[in-house]
Design a protein around this ligand. Structure first.
Ligand code: GAR
Length: 191
């Protein structure tokens, strides 16, 4: 008998290319997780339209006007309704509150476009180029109360090339993000 698949919810705010990579990896019979919900703070996020078109359950709510506590309470209810066990942040550009982290302690992971602990926060590629780094990359980490500060579960590196702009470097990093995230999420749910 094969082990039951772990139930993963994916949170995003935009394009959703990492979400797509995770969904496509989940289609492999041997993948240890299934995607039970794709949720967003941005109802107009392209990633939500893609997931809905695939027949994946989606949930969206804008925090604007209702405030973060009410928004996160509704998100929490949607995640529990979907029976999510693990939450994968994939370009989710909103800080999660300490209350939300505590409710899902150790069960939220995130992909961040730098080699942590370098360049927490925003504008990671511009900062790597400005620093003259020869190597950039991405990290998958456990989400804690500290921004981009939890246990690093996996990293992938790319070269920074002469003439790179933040956009060209971001594109090179994004390609390795997709592979790293699918592999690391599979390892994480199985551990
Ligand atoms: C990705 O590069 C991801 O690492 C980054 O946003 C992009 C989302 O792209 N996340 C962060 O910067 C989190 N602080 P996607 O929507 O195509 O997956």
């Amino acid at each position: 008998m094969t082990a039951p698949k772990r139930k993963v919810a994916i949170l995003l705010s935009g394009r959703g290319s990492n979400m797509i990579a995770l969904v496509e990896a989940a289609r492999e019979p041997a993948c240890p997780y299934e995607v039970v919900l794709v949720a967003s703070d941005k109802p107009e996020a392209p990633g939500i339209a893609w997931a809905a078109a695939q027949g994946i359950a989606t949930w969206t709510l804008s925090p604007k006007g209702i405030g973060k506590p009410a928004y996160e309470a509704a998100l929490d209810a949607a995640l529990r309704h979907a029976q999510a066990e693990t939450i994968a942040l994939a370009g989710y550009m909103r800080l999660v509150s300490d209350t939300f982290v505590a409710a899902w302690r150790g069960r939220i992971i995130n992909i961040h476009p730098s080699l942590l602990p370098k360049y927490k926060g925003l504008d990671t590629h511009a900062r790597a180029i400005a620093a003259g780094d020869a190597v950039a990359g991405c990290s998958v980490h456990v989400v804690t109360e500290e921004l981009d500060g939890g246990e690093v579960l996996g990293q992938a590196e790319v070269a920074v090339l002469p003439g790179d702009t933040p956009d060209t470097l971001a594109a090179r990093v994004l390609a390795v993000e997709h592979r790293l995230y699918a592999r690391t999420l599979a390892e994480f749910v199985a551990r």
